[in-house]
Write a protein that binds this ligand. Structure first.
Ligand code: SAM
Ligand code: SF4
Length: 333
């Protein structure tokens, strides 16, 4: 087999060509569903991949057939040396995308353009500054809204990620769609997922069905059109007639779409997670530092991937308590 033909395939025939790299566990927000108020414990810098290590490890994934890399975190834009890192990544033959809270977008917009980054997902959980600031435990609402406009002005292809939580922002579903119509953009409603320390419970989740119910109640079910999902999309996507807004729903809790999953996650400390919910990790960085080949480790990790949700049959308050999984900010969302 030549290098060009190499593929990372699991037991269910899913080809994995999409790598999400967490650049850092740190963040300039403290979203209640993601991070503890005090942040995450600081660890020695040596425990994390350096820029050079990250690029070398990314090259191995590219050699194994990875076509797209999304940078995430924590907040990827707080990573020291981000500019240098993205310039080097841009030299690889892959599409680069970013998921960010947008606070630092104005600082990096030029370098993102130079690196040919086109797709940016921005997290924004409320259109009301007081609610947003309460969820994120910081006061950056105005800055984020300005930076969303800046991204639109500069013709980035953006999606807005909204994690819906009962009693917090579930009454803003339609507001988001009306706002998206004025911005000609796409909203991704995300079900609230369980991770270590995020006080998840099923009762707070706003389900796929509930989201659709709220939207069809307002617009009329006949005005919601299913649109084609991208090949490996984990969202189900729709459009509203007579509106420029489109939306998707990521329902990992009530209705996971694992059958087309092509994702591999690499944590900032150099470990692979073959699923967001997997309880095991494969340490690439330690082997890489010893000068060992890491290709086999990557292939084996993906080969052992479960069919659905890291082997967790269902999300109930009980099953989740028993499930050990590092927080989203550590894994890289
Ligand atoms: N800091 C960046 C951001 O917020 O966009 C990137 C990292 S963040 C962990 C990536 C995505 O994961 C965000 O859209 C965030 O809303 C989502 N996320 C974090 N915790 C989540 C949870 N418990 N359930 C569902 N989505 C979550
Ligand atoms: Fe930070 Fe993103 Fe987590 Fe919010 S969701 S605390 S912005 S990593």
């Amino acid at each position: 087999m030549t290098n060009q033909e190499q593929k990372i395939i699991d037991r269910f025939g899913r080809v994995h060509d999409y790598l999400r790299i967490s650049l850092t566990e740190r963040c300039n927000l403290r979203c209640t569903y993601c991070m503890p108020e005090e942040g995450i414990p600081l660890r020695d810098k040596a425990e994390f991949m350096s820029t050079e290590e990250l690029i070398s490890i990314a090259k191995v994934f590219v050699k194994l057939g990875v076509k797209k890399i999304r940078l995430t975190g924590g907040e990827p834009l707080v990573k020291k040396g981000f500019e240098n890192l993205i310039r080097k990544l841009a030299e690889l033959p892959v599409e680069i995308a970013l998921t960010t809270n947008a606070i630092l977008i104005d600082k990096y917009i030029d370098v993102l353009k130079e690196a040919n980054v086109k797709k940016i997902n921005v997290s924004l959980d409320s259109l009301k500054s007081d609610v947003f600031n309460a969820i994120s435990r910081r006061k950056y609402f105005g800055k984020i809204m300005e930076n969303i406009d800046l991204l639109i002005l500069n013709e980035f292809h953006i999606k807005i990620n909204v994690v819906l939580i009962k009693g917090t922002n579930e009454n803003e579903i339609v507001d988001f769609l009306e706002w998206a119509n004025t911005k000609n953009t796409h909203i991704q409603f995300i079900e609230f997922m369980p991770f270590d320390g995020n006080n998840w419970n099923l009762e707070q989740n706003v389900s796929f069905k509930e989201i659709m119910k709220a939207i069809s109640y307002y617009y009329g079910i006949e005005n919601i059109l299913k649109i084609e999902d991208a090949k490996n999309d984990t969202a189900r996507n729709y459009k509203i007639i007579n509106s420029t807004a489109t939306f998707g729903i990521i329902s990992s809790v009530t209705n996971p779409f694992c059958s087309t999953c092509n994702r591999i996650r690499l944590t900032a400390d150099g470990k692979i997670k073959n699923c967001l919910f997997s309880q095991t990790e494969t340490d690439l960085l330690t082997s890489f530092r010893k000068g060992e080949e890491i290709e086999e480790l990557i292939l084996n990790s993906i080969h052992s991937k479960y069919k659905e949700r890291g082997g967790l049959e269902e999300f109930s308050n009980d099953s989740v308590k028993k499930n050990k999984n590092r927080s989203m900010t550590v894994i890289g969302g």
